[in-house]
Design a protein around this ligand. Structure first.
Ligand SMILES: Nc1nc2c(ncn2[C@@H]2O[C@H](COP(=O)(O)OP(=O)(O)OP(=O)(O)O)[C@@H](O)[C@H]2O)c(=O)[nH]1
Length: 350
């Protein structure tokens, strides 16, 4: 058989640092021809646009393909396979394929898809890289809050008490060939030591863990693992083994269309308070700042916010302020929209 193209799957919970890692891989490609498939939860393709906005070589429309329509693990046949076929039909085949899954995706169904005959003949899963937000893990964001579970139990005996955040996080860890413990800059060394020791006990035997700040791991450490992950699915346990897909009804996302933002600090303060009040998991998107030539990226991963300017708005481009919000299915979208009514574009004008 001709040499198959290696594919690396980048997994990791919402906001862990997957796109940051992809950017780092692009910056350190060293002449390798890489193709990227980017998938995200929610209706706006922010990640791909953000990567294209960085203006790097290897960051063109052709290099970065988007897998739209929600979580890759549940849309494999509709979206992933046709996109891969398109990629493999190209005359200039890539040296390596990198796939960023959405933060809510289970990696295992995707790995499984590499056993489809059309794909298996040409591509193999070199490895699954799982990025972990060290700070979020230290804050216990993926573990059950015992008080909340108890309250729920008292309120409704029939409720399913599994924690969807923990399940997704576990599945991403169980499937990993290597784990990147990212955002260690937000913790002190002793905290990272404790976290790393605890995390290591949850990984499959032989899975290594590397620490990082800004996902700054040498791509040579992550790529070239040669694991052929599609051939050892049984070694990768999942909370969802036996089910065809997992329940994205556990999560909800919506898009906020905002007016031009004159006072970003006030907006930021409002969003910060909404994140705390409504336990928003992730916000990301772009802001239009009147009079300024560049669009502003806005990010929130849990309670931590970030803003920075990326590329200039293009001539004739519709300057829009759009943010994707992701939370659990219980998130009160109407209340969040009501709090932001002063910033919002009236529906008719959208
Ligand atoms: N302090 C700190 N922030 C980081 C680090 N890595 C990434 N971030 C920030 O965390 C936020 C989320 O990073 P992304 O790379 O977009 O995360 P992601 O996993 O691609 O997010 P989703 O695709 O939405 O799941 C951004 O604001 C990053 O700038 C890090 O090592 N330290």
């Amino acid at each position: 058989m001709a040499r198959r193209i290696p594919a690396t799957i980048i997994s990791g919970f919402l906001g862990a640092g997957k796109t940051t890692l992809i950017r780092h891989v692009i910056e350190n490609a060293k002449g390798k021809r890489l193709a990227f498939l980017i998938n995200e939860f929610g209706d706006l393709g922010i990640d791909r646009d953000m990567l294209l906005g960085c203006g790097l070589e290897g960051c063109t429309d052709d290099d970065i393909m988007e897998l739209a329509n929600g979580c890759i693990c549940c849309t494999v046949a509709d979206d992933f396979l046709p996109t891969m076929e398109k990629l493999l039909d190209r005359p200039d085949k890539p040296d390596h394929i990198v796939i960023e899954t959405s933060g809510l995706a289970l990696p295992k169904p995707l790995v499984k898809a590499f056993n489809w005959p059309e794909i298996k003949a040409q591509v193999t899963v070199d490895g699954v890289v799982t990025v972990v937000d060290a700070k979020a893990l230290a804050e216990g964001r993926f573990a059950d809050d015992e008080d909340a579970v108890q309250q729920q139990r008292e309120a409704d005996e029939a409720l399913d008490h599994d924690n969807p955040l923990e399940e997704v996080f576990d599945d991403q860890l169980f499937c990993a060939d290597i784990v990147v413990l990212n955002k260690v800059d937000l913790l002190d060394g002793a905290q990272v030591d404790v976290l790393e020791a605890e995390l290591q006990t949850r990984l499959r035997p032989g899975v290594h863990l590397v620490r990082s700040d800004q996902s700054g791991v040498d791509p040579a450490v992550l790529m070239g693992l040669d694991k052929a992950a599609e051939d050892d699915l049984d070694a990768r346990p999942s909370h969802h083994d036996g089910a065809d897909d997992h329940d994205h009804d556990d999560f909800h996302s919506f898009v906020l269309n905002l007016a031009s933002v004159n006072d970003p600090t006030a907006l930021e303060m409002m969003l910060k308070s909404l994140i705390e009040q409504y336990d928003i998991l992730r916000i990301k998107g772009f802001l239009d700042r009147p009079g300024l030539p560049r669009r502003e990226v806005f990010q929130a991963a849990g309670p931590r916010l970030q803003r920075y300017f990326d590329r200039p708005w293009r001539d004739g481009e519709n300057r829009r302020s759009e943010l994707v919000v992701i939370g659990l299915h219980t998130i009160d979208e109407a209340a969040i929209r009501a709090h932001l009514s002063d910033w919002s574009i009236p529906a008719a004008a959208e």
